[in-house]
Design a protein around this ligand. Structure first.
Ligand SMILES: [Zn+2]
Length: 145
């Protein structure tokens, strides 16, 4: 039997003759990694699988409701690191929103025309229906037609 190269660790291995498409060696870490990649692709391509996984994770979390609470108490460094990383993500999100607003006012002057208008709260969430409004620009660029 010719040797193959493991697609995870890169070492050569002797494939099992019963598994003609074997791409991963027999190392437990490599098998885990292969399964992780398979699950990731399955979640992306199969909505039923994705819903199932989400539902069972939710069920598990309900049956073990104190798990993460106890984990955080037992691992205070983990909790602190997580909190700091979440703050960084929140700040990035906030900055991205501000940057988008600046870009639209700088590079796209308001043109006359019909617009859809939605009232939003402080977190940019829509809080009422959509209005169609007609905006007439008294000075500035005219819309191209
Ligand atoms: Zn391997």
């Amino acid at each position: 039997m010719t040797k193959r190269q493991c697609s995870v660790c890169g070492r050569n291995f002797e494939p099992d003759p019963r598994v003609p498409k074997q791409t991963v060696c027999t190392d437990a870490a490599c098998k885990r990694e292969r399964k992780r990649i398979w699950q990731q692709q399955k979640r992306q391509s199969d909505p039923d699988y994705r819903d199932n996984q989400r539902r069972s994770a939710k069920d598990w979390a309900q049956r073990h409701s104190s798990y993460w609470e106890e984990y955080r108490l037992a691992n205070p460094d983990y909790a602190e690191t997580n909190r700091r990383q979440q703050q960084i993500r929140n700040n990035k999100q906030r900055q991205a929103t501000v940057a988008k607003m600046d870009a639209s006012t700088l590079h796209q002057p308001l043109l006359a025309g019909r617009y859809r208008l939605t009232r939003i709260d402080g977190n940019d969430k829509a809080i009422s229906g959509i209005w169609t409004v007609e905006i007439t620009v008294l000075s500035g660029p005219k819309p191209r037609s």
